[in-house]
Each structure stands twice: as structure tokens, then as C-alpha cells.
Design a protein around this ligand. Structure first.
Ligand code: PLP
Ligand code: LMR
Length: 395
């Protein structure tokens, strides 16, 4: 029965983890998979998370199913984080949150919902985007299209994006990255979000906003600007939120699908259908990560610890971005890679070509995605001089 099955190469991003582990170069540097690292190259459990887990261990009384929408306490904690404290949407009961196995699970719920309830509608993703967007939407049977996002000079191509959005058939779904665009690190300005809102409204397009890095760009509220602008000004919006990065709970698979509808009645209808989609995929989401997040966000003390740690991570990344560009000055390459200091979030589209990426790996043990995407959190004060020397060597 299995004779015809062909072996395929593994996921390009996840494959870098294995390749890096195998490399024996003592100076090797991992700029691959999007996981936060400290200056020692570790991805530690956050202090607030450890404290929340200690409380959970002490107070947990059952491991029973938590239901297809997940824990209400998690939804109550995440909705204001994403939509804003005192959001008019929450007041009007227009938003529903369904806990999911990570942002990926939320994306798959959204994809299956669109495929089932908006048949024939296409989905539009930025070119480039997180490669798994292609996988998830295609797996749900949705026709996938691209809109331009980066120009040949490695800059945000907002005119190209806008031109393409204006041509998209009415009712199609447009995937937008809320902040910290993966893979490029180029985010929309507030003015650009306002322009996108107008086009979405004019053309009756449905935004699906992927919010996987809240707090990693400028701040928890600042990063939510586009999400809140669209959600407060359009009748229908889909948001996929992830707690993997901002709580550092990657392996706990914690996220949610937020559906915003025109009124409470429509929200309840949509919500009932999302429960079916979740049930058919995995029945109930895993509980532990959501319990950590709600434990933290419902405690003023733990929330303060967590916000401080998140700020430390964000500040570290933004400092490293500037230091990286400075480290290239002696080689006369600071202008060429100046974009790295301007981009936001974990990733930078460096402009390094696939050939240069291959040389960095083979000759220097420096690992990044072949598109030239580097995980900035993999930079450190210690490895920046080595990185600069290596980049100069392949230029
Ligand atoms: N969306 C984007 C743009 C991402 O970079 C990621 C990264 O992991 C995800 C979604 C999925 O996040 P999660 O690990 O929570 O599934
Ligand atoms: C990445 O893009 O490296 C991260 O988002 C991890 C992943 O799942 O791909």
C-alpha cells in the first residue's frame, strides 16, 4: 500500500535545528528557527511562567477536558491583551476567542472555517510570508495567492502591496502580519495601516491578522495598533494570536482564534461553528499553556514580572539590531545592511543571497534560512564580531 509514497525533504526552517546540532564548529551561530535566545544562546523558561507553573501544580484539581473553546479564563485574559483593555468590541460582545494549539492551530481553525463557510473565496498572503501559511491554507483546500511585500532593493513595497490589494476579488481573505513580519521584519506604519483599512473596506475584503509576536516589536499595545484599528472599524475580522513567543511557551502549544463579527448574534453563530471545526481537528486544545497565561495575566504581580521580562527581550533584540549594523562599519558594509536596524521583531530579511547563506553555513557554521532571513535573537555581543567578519568574507 505504501510503495508509491515518495520521501520528501523535511521542513526547511525546522531542519536547521538538526543541522545546527550536528555541526562541530565551536564558533557556530544559530540564526535559524524563530525562538528567542539570551546572550548565552539559551531559551530559558520565563520567571513569571515558572512562578505560574508552581501555583498550577499546587492548585490544580483536575485534568478533565476543557471544551472545544478552551478555558474561559484564558479567553478572558487574552482578549483584552489583543483587543485592548476596555475595547468597544468586548463591550459590544462582538469578539469570541477559541483557545488553540499555538498560533498554527488557530491558523488551521481559521483556514478550515473559511474553506467550509466561505466556499470559493481565495486567500492572499504577502510575498514572502511564513512558509507554513502556504502549507496550512493549501491543506485546508483554499486557493492561495500572493501580494507583493518587498521590492528588489529589499525594502517594504507598500505601493506594490496596495496596488495588488485593490485588485483582489470582493470577499476574498487577506492575511496580514500584525507586527514583526515573518520573514522580513518590515512592518506597516500607522498611516499605512489606515490606508490598508480603507482598501479592505472599499473592496469588502476579510482580513485575517496573524499576531504571533505581540510585544516583540514596539510594545504590547503598540504592536496591536493595526489589529485594533481593523477590528474596531470593520464588521468582520479574523485574528490568530500566539503565546509561544511572548510567554516563551513554544512547546506548550498555546494560542487562540479570535473571531470578530458584526454583532453579538453573528458572533455567537460564528463561535458555534468554530467549535465544530476545533472538535473535528483535535477536539479540545491542550490546557497547560493557557492555564499559565491566564494565571499570569489574572495576577497583577505576575503580569508585572512578565511584562518586564518581555520588555527585556524586546530591548535586547532592538539593541542587537543597531549593534549588528555598527559591527559592519569597519568593513564598509553598514549602509548595505542598515535595514536590519530598521526592521522589527525576531527576524530580518538581511538581503544575503542563498549562495551567501550557504557559504556562511559551510565556511563559518552560521545557520539561517536560505532566503537570507536571520533570527536576530541569535546575535550576541560575543558573536557579533565573528558574524561581521564572516559577512564581510562572503560579500
Ligand atoms: N505565524 C507566524 C507568522 C509565525 O512566525 C509563527 C511562528 O511560529 C506562527 C504563526 C505559529 O506560532 P505557534 O508556534 O504558536 O504555532
Ligand atoms: C519560524 O519561522 O522560525 C518560527 O515561526 C518557527 C516555525 O514554526 O516556523
Amino acid at each position: 500500500m505504501f510503495e508509491h509514497i515518495e520521501r520528501v525533504p523535511g521542513d526547511a526552517i525546522l531542519g536547521l535545528i538538526e543541522a545546527f546540532k550536528k555541526d562541530t564548529n565551536p564558533q557556530k551561530v544559530d540564526l535559524g528557527v524563530g525562538v528567542y535566545k539570551d546572550d548565552q544562546g539559551n531559551t530559558p523558561v520565563m520567571r513569571a511562567v515558572k512562578q505560574a507553573e508552581a501555583l498550577l501544580l499546587k492548585n490544580e484539581t483536575t485534568k478533565t477536558y476543557i471544551g472545544s473553546h478552551g478555558a474561559p479564563a484564558y479567553a478572558d485574559a487574552v482578549l483584552p491583551m489583543v483587543l485592548g483593555e476596555g475595547s468597544p468590541l468586548l463591550e459590544a460582545k462582538r469578539a469570541s476567542a477559541t483557545q488553540s494549539p499555538g498560533g498554527t492551530g488557530a491558523l488551521r481553525l481559521a483556514a478550515d472555517f473559511v474553506a467550509k463557510h466561505l466556499p470559493g473565496k481565495g486567500i492572499w498572503v504577502s510575498d514572502p510570508t511564513w512558509p507554513n501559511h502556504h502549507g496550512i491554507f493549501t491543506a485546508a483546500g483554499i486557493e492561495l495567492h500572493k501580494y507583493p511585500y518587498v521590492d528588489a532593493e529589499n525594502r517594504l513595497d507598500f505601493d506594490g502591496m496596495l496596488g495588488a490589494l485593490k485588485q483582489i476579488p470582493e470577499g476574498d481573505v487577506v492575511v496580514l502580519h500584525a507586527c514583526c513580519h515573518n520573514p522580513t521584519g518590515f512592518d506597516l506604519s500607522r498611516e499605512q495601516w489606515k490606508t490598508v483599512l480603507e482598501v479592505l473596506r472599499e473592496r469588502s475584503l476579510l482580513p485575517l491578522i496573524d499576531f504571533a509576536y505581540q510585544g516583540f516589536g514596539e510594545g504590547l499595545d503598540e504592536d496591536a495598533f493595526g489589529v485594533r484599528l481593523l477590528a474596531e472599524n470593520l464588521d468582520e475580522v479574523i485574528i490568530t494570536s500566539s503565546c509561544s513567543k511572548n510567554f516563551g511557551i513554544y512547546c506548550e502549544r498555546t494560542g487562540c482564534l479570535i473571531m470578530v463579527a458584526k454583532d453579538q448574534e453573528q458572533m455567537e453563530n460564528v463561535r458555534s461553528q468554530v467549535a465544530i471545526v476545533a472538535r473535528e481537528n483535535y477536539s479540545n486544545p491542550p490546557a497547560h499553556g493557557g492555564a499559565i497565561v491566564s494565571e499570569i495575566l489574572h495576577s497583577a504581580e505576575l503580569a508585572a514580572v512578565w511584562r518586564e521580562e518581555l520588555t527585556e527581550m524586546r530591548d535586547r533584540i532592538n539593541t542587537l539590531r543597531r549593534d549588528f549594523v555598527d559591527s559592519l562599519k569597519p568593513y564598509g558594509l553598514d549602509q548595505k545592511y542598515a535595514c536590519v536596524a530598521e526592521q522589527r521583531g525576531m527576524f530580518s530579511y538581511t538581503g544575503l543571497t542563498p549562495d551567501q547563506v550557504d557559504r556562511l553555513r559551510d565556511e563559518f557554521g552560521i545557520y539561517m534560512v536560505r532566503s537570507g532571513r536571520a533570527n536576530v535573537a541569535g546575535f550576541s555581543q560575543e558573536n557579533l564580531p565573528y558574524l561581521a567578519k564572516a559577512i564581510a568574507a562572503v560579500n
